[in-house]
Write a protein that binds this ligand. Structure first.
Ligand code: PXL
Length: 452
């Protein structure tokens, strides 16, 4: 138990589809190490195609939840999301004021991402008059900023005017998000000390459901953890980028952001690292040096959905042999070898479930052993390699792997080649994961040892 854990509250609607609202807020708090509490204002029936129904809760039910939380103290930051109607806005504002809530972030949810109205017009007016004066920050997108300011936003200058107008409501700072505009996503931040344009690279062209909720929750989590407003906004921008990259297709319609994706990835990386180190220990104990070719060995282990070299774990400097003993000069590293990563990534383009590769020495005997083990075997001939591929550093193995896979028609257990000018012949062992790769290598080695 830790009494140092930051606590945050979200006052928002339930999204039955799980992509936005309370569900997204709680995941965001958790991903950022903040304990989340919830006050539900409205129950929306929705899925990845849109909102089918909206049922605002009776204002007394909202009040009762909120009082329970506020009576308990210890809530370092609060956000509001969907509030539904003016009665709920009024009651929430008056309670937040009575309990002198600090660090209030208002996400002025007016429409769902599919275009359904989630706050009445009277509710918008009430939010401007009663809620914004209590808030540290309001986080409208362009469309919401237009409604809050009454200014049509076409040009960057319009957005600045809108931000100044919104600040007049009494809110201490405003960030108008620009993710829905074309080009680089630029957010405009304004507080009493001035204006900042926060720009970032566009991580993806998709516009998944839930971005507004996750962004404002990430800011709230930052405030709960003691950050100032602007640093919290900057960090939240980075966080939402990763949640967009990790978007999930959870139904047959629109994708949703996944606030936990970065955590899942870290977890997967730690598992891969453990698995790789375990495999290396087994190979060391088994003394598999006889399988290591002159150019030495590497093992590539990719994360699910790997696309780049950085997504593939390998050993920088390779696995080297001294007699039957093997050594590594460095810890496994993501992006640790372009060579072996090229092979794994090429294999994954044919079958994304095959994520582990290791190269071993070629001998006729070893190939025979692979046949005896009933491994599926494909090969390529370096003589077929076009010159322009040969001269492009690092593209040779990609070409060879691609050629073998295309000729074979599926992903085999083994791809070998007989080498070429200044190219050693080689066997590559392919497997689904590091455990099954280890298993295949041990089987090969045990049979090979008997022939030596
Ligand atoms: O993204 C705004 C939003 C907030 N809250 C709920 C929602 C949505 C969008 O659909 O459903 C409950």
């Amino acid at each position: 138990m830790s009494d140092k854990t930051a606590v945050a509250l979200t006052i928002a609607g339930s999204d039955s589809g799980g992509g936005a609202g309370i569900q997204a807020d709680l995941k965001t708090f958790s991903a950022l190490g903040v304990f989340g509490k919830t006050v539900i204002t409205s129950v929306t029936s929705q899925n990845t195609f849109g909102v089918q129904a909206v049922d605002d809760l009776p204002v007394g039910v909202v009040e009762s939840q909120l009082k329970s939380i506020l009576e308990d103290g210890k809530c370092q930051a609060v956000k509001t999301g969907m509030l539904g109607n003016e009665k709920i806005v009024e009651r929430v504002a008056s309670l937040l004021k009575r309990y002198r809530v600090k660090n209030l972030v208002v996400d002025p949810v007016i429409f769902s991402s599919s275009g359904k109205k989630l706050l009445t017009s009277a509710g918008v007016k009430m939010m401007m008059e009663r809620l914004l004066p209590l808030a540290h920050l309001v986080t409208p997108n362009i469309r919401e900023a237009e409604i809050l300011s009454g200014i049509k936003i076409r040009l960057p200058a319009d957005r600045k005017r809108a931000a100044r107008k919104i600040l007049k409501s009494g809110v201490r700072a405003v960030v108008i998000t620009g993710g829905h505009l074309k080009g680089k996503p630029e957010d405009l931040f304004l507080d009493k000390s001035g204006m900042e344009i926060l720009s970032s690279k566009r991580v993806s062209d998709s516009d998944p459901h839930g971005t507004g909720c996750v962004f404002s929750s990430a800011i709230t989590a930052g405030l709960a953890s003691g950050k100032q407003v602007l640093p919290a906004v900057i960090d939240a921008k980075d966080f939402i980028g990763r949640a967009i990259l990790g978007e999930v297709i959870s139904g047959n319609g629109k994708a949703s952001v996944e606030p936990l994706s970065a955590l899942y990835r870290e977890n997967e990386k730690a598992h891969a690292m453990e698995g790789m180190n375990r495999a290396l220990r087994i190979f060391r104990d088994e003394r598999i040096g006889a399988l290591v070719p002159e150019v030495q060995t590497n093992i590539g282990l990719a994360l699910s959905g790997a696309k780049y070299h950085e997504d593939v774990l390998a050993i920088p400097g390779r696995v080297i042999k001294n007699g039957d003993d093997i050594f590594t000069g460095a810890e496994p590293e993501f992006g640790g070898s372009r060579h072996v990563a090229n092979i794994v990534l090429t294999v994954m383009r044919h079958d994304s479930d095959k994520r582990a590769v290791m190269n071993i020495k070629y001998t006729d005997e070893l190939l025979k052993i692979c046949r005896r083990l009933k491994f599926k075997i494909a090969c390529f001939d370096r003589a077929d390699e076009p010159k322009k591929v040969r001269v492009r550093e690092g593209s040779s193995l990609e070409w060879g792997t691609q050629k073998a896979l295309t000729d074979y028609g599926s992903v085999p257990d083994i791809i070998y080649d007989l080498g070429g000018i200044r190219k050693e012949e080689m066997i590559r062992v392919i497997a689904e994961d590091i455990e099954s790769l280890t298993d295949k290598i041990l089987k090969i080695h045990r049979l090979y040892k008997k022939t030596l």
